[in-house]
Design a protein around this ligand. Structure first.
Ligand SMILES: [Zn+2]
Length: 878
């Protein structure tokens, strides 16, 4: 997609965001709470010790959403206050003295909180569900469970004392000061001795087994629901080695009194790095079979642990700089992969991150990594922030070299421990420790969107013994005067020339060239003709590249280049050339490449060439010892959509594989093949029977296999019985991962569907769109966004307006754009609709503003005879 047609990151209603003014420094937060899990109630006091900065302070504004405020005291003196439902304004009876800390005490009550603090309970549909309560503060949701100055610029120590009914236990930040037994209740008292922001304060309550481990005498604990102990150890057991690894790499020993990981039910993220107490989704817990080819959970553990340094120890001052922590946490997944599994695995992991970013950039939007213009901060938590951020860290490493990179990172961590940072602080730490000014790199990759897209042509001039490379920056625009206007990148790129001796020994010669023009040719004298050419040796630069080399050079590169990413690029270029010779080279690579990641990519490429020899090569790949390669082969074979392809994967679909994922791919695959060949073998009805049986018999870890079956049924959308079966699985009571998979599949089923079946699908989606659970909402939006009819559009609009979660709102808005495009609405109509949406939003804002004012007037009458000086605070909408 080109720049003009790419949707904008900035949606209607977005505006610049800044931290508020700081009336004083928060020193300590103490929550003294009671929890009633069955009734979903929480009540108690919040005490904030604040050191005033401003002389003559008359008013304090705290964030507190949908709480019942019972009273406010300062240093035990009752204070007048007003409450808007979003903010608590305290009118101070005496102006405090700057430098002399005051204690603000707020008595409050939460009744069925809708965010911040979440209650999980069994119900008629899911009677086996555990009873739990857990919190999620990031980004601005702590204000839903306690009154606070809720932005990351304020760091304070904290303390949570909580009374919970037996037999539940409560886990929170820092060290356990004591547990008090009160008969049918227990009081847990946790104390966090190092400063941190409000969004990292946490509480997790439930029935857990505590698994104990340690690192250098500090407790390392894993909390799982009883019965999942082995899975817990299997999934989180490497934590002490990781703590050691990151302590070394970041040049700062793990700073907190303990490190706990709590696996909770229905978690709305993969994990959350609350200070010293990470919460993880229990979906990450691996059984033995899942551990075979699932590294995601290990990466998740590394990611959240890395945040204990990047995010918790060194805190971002404002969300716009969140890439500093999320980029590094994503990069820590690569670092840990390198440490544990080697350089090839790390490079391939990085390629996965690059592709995630490229996909978002190509299909969703392009934005600068650092921006403060958005509707809600949570919108920033995307592939630019995580994956592109990780790639930027990697480029800094490549630019500085191994030694200086770690010196710079360690300087940054040591200089900013227990402080807040912005992007400039990273640049300064690099400059202080290495003398290097990396602003040019940041300017190109952090402060503006995009990346270079290179096309590289090569030929050998045998007469003059010159290697001739022509490099084009295909992303550059023809208009504009400055390189920035023209979207040109100015980078130094290493070129490598590989020579293969008769003995088979490979040597190489490398030089760097500056690439800064739309098109440049390089004439490089060499003593002899190289066998292959590596553009961007090591592939450290975030880019795309299309190789236009002759066939022999590509074949030699696929076989001989030491860098797996270069071999993958060669495989791609070979597949693009097509033809029998390329297929033979690829099939050979699939059999012999030493690295599974390259074999996976070769399998994918073979799937793009519809020649019998490609299918035969893939058939051999089904015997690969690595499950990830077998899965790639099943998927590539599926794309042939032939009777022979069906025969190849049918056996796996019926008899299974050691890996859940391979089995799931085969079950999905037979559905897709049957759907593509209606008149041929296999008959869709026959495949439907196989899938129906599998759905009855193959439950198991996180429902991965049955989700594959649902995917296969999704392809058979012309069979009413397939549609009905998927609809059955969207009902409550179906295990959650399967329930969600079935909902998502309604999208495939509903696209270009007959009116009668479509009506059934839409009715179901309409019902699902009113569910309040985050994961159900996202699955419903995923389904609706794939459809092409006006009713899906209107359901998405309603969800965009009514759902509370910023991520849900954004997904629904983006879905609207997709469906509009699918329907083929005219631009004029879209504009009218957008205007209408804007008007509706403004109207809603005005209404809620009016309600606030009315409530405020009432509250003022109740508690405060004086009118507040100003109702405008920096957080108010204009
Ligand atoms: Zn993260």
């Amino acid at each position: 997609m080109d720049g003009e047609s790419r949707p904008s990151f900035v949606l209607a209603g977005a505006k610049p965001h800044y931290n508020p003014d700081r009336p004083g420094q928060v020193e300590h937060i103490f929550l003294d709470l009671n929890l009633d899990l069955q009734q979903q109630q929480c009540w108690g006091t919040c005490q904030i010790r604040l050191n005033p900065i401003v002389p003559g302070l008359a008013q304090l504004t705290l964030d507190a959403v949908n709480q019942q405020i019972k009273g406010v005291w300062i240093n035990d003196q009752a204070q007048a206050y007003s409450y808007t439902g979003e903010q608590l304004e305290i009118t101070l009876s005496h102006p405090p003295t700057p430098g002399q800390a005051i204690t603000i005490k707020i008595d409050y009550h939460l009744d069925h909180p809708e965010r911040g603090l979440y209650f999980v309970l069994p119900d008629e549909h899911y009677p086996q569900k555990p009873t739990q309560a857990w919190t999620q503060g990031e980004d601005e949701d702590s204000r839903f469970w306690f009154p606070c100055f809720d932005y990351p610029g304020q760091l304070a120590t904290s303390e949570i004392r909580v009374r919970v009914p037996q037999p539940f236990m409560a886990i929170s930040n820092g060290e356990l000061r004591g547990v008090e037994d009160q008969g049918d209740h227990k009081i847990y008292h946790w104390y966090q001795p190092q400063v941190h922001p409000t969004y990292l304060m946490t509480l997790a309550v439930g029935e857990f087994t505590e698994l104990q481990d340690s690192w250098q005498g500090k407790p390392v604990t894993y909390y799982v629901t009883p019965g999942r102990e082995a899975d817990g150890k299997r999934t989180m057991g490497k934590t002490p080695q990781m703590i050691e690894f990151f302590s070394q790499k970041y040049g700062y020993a793990y700073p907190y009194p303990k490190y706990a990981q709590v696996c909770v039910d229905d978690f709305i993220f993969g994990g959350m790095e609350n200070t010293s107490t990470t919460l993880l989704t229990d979906r990450c817990l691996l059984d033995e079979r899942a551990a075979l080819d699932n590294r995601n959970s290990e990466s998740l553990v590394a990611h959240e642990l890395c945040h204990q340094w990047f995010g918790d120890l060194v805190v971002i001052k404002h969300w716009s700089h969140a890439w500093i922590k999320e980029g590094m946490a994503s990069y820590s997944e690569i670092m840990w992969t390198e440490q544990e599994y080697g350089a090839d695995e790390a490079a391939y992991y990085r390629l996965g991150e690059i592709r995630n970013y490229l996909h978002e950039d190509g299909s969703r939007y392009r934005r600068p990594i650092v921006t403060h213009v958005y509707r809600e901060a949570i919108e920033l938590y995307d592939r630019h922030l995580y994956e592109k951020g990780a790639c930027v860290y990697h480029m800094i490493r490549a630019e500085l070299g191994e030694e200086l990179f770690w010196k710079a990172i360690q300087t940054f961590v040591q200089a900013n421990a227990h402080k807040t940072v912005e992007t400039i602080d990273l640049l300064r730490a690099i400059e202080t420790s290495t003398g290097r000014n990396l602003l040019p790199l940041f300017d190109q990759y952090v402060f503006r969107g995009g990346h270079p897209e290179y096309k590289v042509a090569y030929k050998w001039d045998s007469k003059s013994k010159l290697a001739v490379l022509t490099v084009t920056q295909t992303q550059a625009s023809k208009e504009g005067t400055s390189p920035l206007d023209r979207n040109l990148f100015d980078l130094s790129i290493p070129l490598g020339f590989g020579f293969v001796a008769d003995s088979g020994e490979v040597t190489s010669q490398t030089l760097s060239v500056r690439i800064h023009e739309p098109e440049q040719s390089f004439y490089i004298p060499l003593s002899q003709k190289p066998q292959f050419i590596s553009f961007d040796v090591g592939n450290h630069t975030l880019k795309t590249v299309t190789l236009e080399y002759p066939l022999p050079e590509l074949k030699a590169q696929l076989k001989q280049d030491a860098d797996p990413l270069s071999r993958i690029n060669a495989a791609k270029a070979l597949a693009k050339k097509g033809g029998l010779e390329a297929v033979i080279a690829l099939a050979q690579g699939l059999e012999t490449d030493p690295f599974w990641g390259v074999r996976v990519e070769i399998a994918k490429q073979l799937g793009t060439i519809k020649l019998d020899q490609a299918l035969h090569g893939l058939a051999l790949g089904l015997q690969d010892s690595d499950a990830r390669v077998r899965r790639a082969c099943v998927e590539a074979i599926t794309s042939f959509k032939s009777t022979e392809a069906y025969q190849l994967i049918k056996t796996i679909a019926i008899h299974g594989d050691a890996s859940y994922l391979v089995e799931a791919a085969a079950l999905r695959g037979i559905g897709e093949i049957a759907a593509a060949k209606p008149g041929d073998k296999p008959k869709p009805k026959k495949v439907f029977k196989i899938l129906e049986t599998a759905l009855e018999e193959r439950s198991g870890w996180n429902e991965v296999v049955r989700a594959g079956v649902i995917g296969g049924l999704g392809a058979l959308k012309e069979l009413p019985e397939a549609v009905d079966l998927v609809l059955d699985y969207t009902q409550l009571g179906i295990p959650q991962p399967l329930h969600l998979a079935a909902i998502r599949t309604l999208g495939t089923l509903g696209k270009s569907q007959t009116p009668e079946l479509l009506e059934r699908i839409l009715n179901r989606l309409q019902h699902l769109s009113t569910e309040s659970f985050f994961l159900t909402q996202i699955a419903t939006i995923t389904a609706l966004s794939q459809m092409d009819n006006p009713q899906a559009l209107s359901l998405l609009r309603t969800m965009a307006e009514q759902c509370l979660d910023g991520r849900v709102k954004r997904a629904a808005d983006e879905g609207v754009t997709k469906v509009q495009k699918a329907i083929g609405n005219g631009q004029a109509l879209k504009t009218v609709q957008d205007d209408l949406t804007d008007l509706k939003r403004q109207n809603q804002k005005l209404l809620s503003r009016l309600e606030q004012l009315e409530a405020q007037t009432k509250a003022n009458h109740d508690s405060d005879p004086r009118t507040p000086e100003s109702e405008n605070t920096p957080n108010d909408p204009p």
